[in-house]
Write a protein that binds this ligand. Sequence first.
Ligand SMILES: NC(=O)c1ccc[n+]([C@@H]2O[C@H](COP(=O)([O-])OP(=O)(O)OC[C@H]3O[C@@H](n4cnc5c(N)ncnc54)[C@H](O)[C@@H]3O)[C@@H](O)[C@H]2O)c1
Length: 355
Amino acid sequence: MRERKLKVGVLGCGPIAQAAHFESCTKARNAELYAVCDVADDLRERMAVAHGAEKQFKDYAAMLADPDLDAVIIATSDAFHVAAAKQALEAGKHVLCEKPLGVSVEEVEDLRAVVKKSGKLLQVGHMKRFDAGLQSAKDFITGEMGEMLALKAWYCDSTHRYAMTDAVQPKIIRSAAARKPSVDPKADLERYYMLAHGCHLLDVARYFGGPITSIDAKLRQRFGAYCWFMDVEFASGALGHLDLTVAVRGDWHEGFQIYGQRGSVMGKTYNPWFFKSSDVEIFHENTGSTTRVLGADGHFYRRQLESFADAILNGTPLVGADIEDGIASVRGMVAAARSAKSGKPVALADVSGAV
Ligand SMILES: NC(=O)c1ccc[n+]([C@@H]2O[C@H](COP(=O)([O-])OP(=O)(O)OC[C@H]3O[C@@H](n4cnc5c(N)ncnc54)[C@H](O)[C@@H]3O)[C@@H](O)[C@H]2O)c1
């Protein structure tokens, strides 16, 4: 008997859908690209044909009204995420929403109640949680490491990133008819970099270190580059230091170091578009040896979709970032932004407003 596949509709046929989600849907073992939706006719028609979507919709509400659709992937600008997620949940569809979950504390807090009421699953597209290298570190932390003393993590985009990504991504097709938010997200780079990149760094820190309670951030801006150094307090009492730099004059530079009671971890993460799992070395104090997983399958985007589909189809636990993780990441970004402005530590529980 053939296993049922999750029928997925992708909202948005823009760059992230073209570079990650369409391929993920068509390669996933347990999901299929059932529908695509975009207001831009040229883009939608081309993508529906190129990726073999069964149906295409100009109107999002019409896609959500299709009784055969199980779930949506929200692949639009950040500003549209929460409204699109609410609409889908209220229509009885499961949601995999691109990161960040939203742009303000209030809107993501509101979303929590909608998720709860719907009884549907919401996963945030923090796809690094599906990097086999990071997963090996997580297993070590939960199963063997004991107490965590400290965590350092860094995410430094490269000035050469477009040369790198253009070489490996499919050619991105754009449309003049694409729907964009009223304010260009890139008009304020300080905010844009925090939303686009900071949310990954914060989510990785939380994935390993657990809840973050406060952030003391400093921001330096020179020659067009932005550098945030953030001292973070984990609820566990572990020390944390996060470095978000956009962009370093050099190669993509991302990774982490974790000091634990029964071992330590060092990780080097690649530009995600290389689809290569992180190099993660785990030192086991009890044996005096180091292990490193190969993580041959580096398609984090497909792996996150397969896990999401497993949770829906087979009731396996949701291991991706859930609504609480999405909210915590938004609170973390707001806290970092407020702290960089005020020069004081900011508690995540106290923040309000938008990044
Ligand atoms: N996880 C990652 O590694 C990663 C990488 C890059 C971008 N992203 C995320 O992806 C998102 C941006 O994606 P993008 O650059 O492809 O966005 P985009 O704005 O360029 O494209 C979105 C498309 O959605 C369509 N659209 C928007 N609202 C619609 C609606 N209500 N009905 C129908 N169509 C609608 C637009 O017409 C547009 O074509 C951001 O949230 C970003 O943070 C994630």
